[in-house]
Design a protein. Structure first.
Length: 127
């Protein structure tokens, strides 16, 4: 039987539905989608896409740290954008949080995201 643990931290937004911030199975952590919510206020950090992308990375980092790792442990990152014209901004900001070797990644254009967010990210972490 796999060793399963719920990962939770107050340093990232609490779940706004029937899910956990992350689930750890043995040494693999499955990150739920993070949107740019301020963890204390549970409101969007800003309407500005740069601010939103940065907040998502901060939220992901907090959950990774609660699981015993950090952003460098992300092996797969999924990025959901309501406007794929923001893809270059994601790349620019992501370079401030990651160094090579970068995680495998997908960028997907979507019609809308929870709370009117412009970006959401989830991923897989190996500790």
């Amino acid at each position: 039987m796999a060793n399963k643990a719920i990962i939770q931290t107050d340093q990232a937004p609490g779940a706004i539905g029937t899910y956990s911030q992350a689930i750890k199975i043995n040494n693999t952590v499955y990150l739920s989608g993070q949107i740019p919510l301020d963890p204390e206020k549970m409101t969007l950090v800003s309407e500005n896409i740069d601010d939103q992308i940065n907040q998502v990375f901060l939220n992901l980092r907090a959950v990774c740290e609660a699981a015993g790792g950090d952003l460098s442990n992300i092996v797969k990152l999924n990025i959901f954008l309501t406007d794929l014209d923001h893809f270059s901004i994601v790349n620019e900001i992501m370079s401030q949080y990651f160094t090579a070797p970068y995680p495998a990644r997908a960028a997907i254009g979507v019609k809308s995201l929870p709370k009117g967010s412009k970006v959401e990210m989830d991923g897989v972490v190996v500790i």
